[in-house]
Design a protein around this ligand. Sequence first.
Ligand SMILES: NC(=O)c1ccc[n+]([C@@H]2O[C@H](COP(=O)([O-])OP(=O)(O)OC[C@H]3O[C@@H](n4cnc5c(N)ncnc54)[C@H](OP(=O)(O)O)[C@@H]3O)[C@@H](O)[C@H]2O)c1
Length: 288
Amino acid sequence: MILVTGATGKVGGQAVSQLLDAGAAVRALARDPASAALPEGAEVVRGDLADPATLDDALDGVESVFLVWPTLSADHAAPATVKAIAGRARRIVYLSARGVPDPAPGAPETDPDSILGSHALVERLIERSGLEWTFLRPGGFAANTLMWASQIRDTGTVRWIHGAASRALIHERDIAAAGVSVLTGTGTGHAGARYVLSGPEPLTQIEQVTAIGEAIGRPVRWEELSPDVALRGLLDQGWPPAAAQEMIDAHARMVTSPESATSTMEELTGRPATPFRQWAADHADDFR
Ligand SMILES: NC(=O)c1ccc[n+]([C@@H]2O[C@H](COP(=O)([O-])OP(=O)(O)OC[C@H]3O[C@@H](n4cnc5c(N)ncnc54)[C@H](OP(=O)(O)O)[C@@H]3O)[C@@H](O)[C@H]2O)c1
């Protein structure tokens, strides 16, 4: 039995479907099973990662866990939640993030209030838990561009920062496929691995917007926004200040140091990572 958390979300949802397709027994964690639209075949169990006392039923008889962490919002419960998982399961595949530093003497401390700090916290807890672990460290999700969807639908223009920032965005299907390959593969060598995952090639944000325009069949314009205005907008949306600043700073860095492509996806699954153009075609209706 494999427990998938984040099962109602983008990556976890894909993991549930792909594990079922691979013939695995799948249990899906949801805070509200009644509203969770999950594929037939998955056993849906209520549980909240921020409240380890609620995870008993979900962890009953589980061999492996595909863990999607509610970054920052559940960090207070991380030690007890990881302990609860380690008390019942044998193996964990953790959806972490690219940029989390490997533990090493003298390694820089990660700001605990940042997204990378949250993932670093969970990684360190898992490393010490006794679980057999594998970390997936994807870079930017292609689905991050959905934050432009309402602007594109309403105005045909994207107003955002650093149009020249370039990253190799990854399809949520590919992240899940990498995890499924680790969970269902008979090969060894995944224990203790930290896999950095990406899409096939870096594209600037302006190129991403152009690709979305091609997918929906009408051009989308780019309008450069100042970082100060963008920061205020993120704070207005309720972003924690450290996470909002981290996002802005990361985009500035990606202008001069593009997020590179890795070959890990192909090594793990035997097929190349999905181009952003295909992701945009898969999600065209979200932008129409
Ligand atoms: N976006 C990026 O570029 C990027 C890059 C690297 C890593 N990541 C990491 O990817 C993860 C997000 O994955 P995603 O985009 O697939 O997620 P998502 O689509 O945003 O969905 C979030 C999922 O988390 C679940 N969830 C939220 N709070 C929960 C809680 N307290 N207990 C149990 N489940 C909870 C939600 O389930 P319910 O609401 O149904 O309970 C939902 O299934 C984060 O850890 C993020 O840091 C993102």
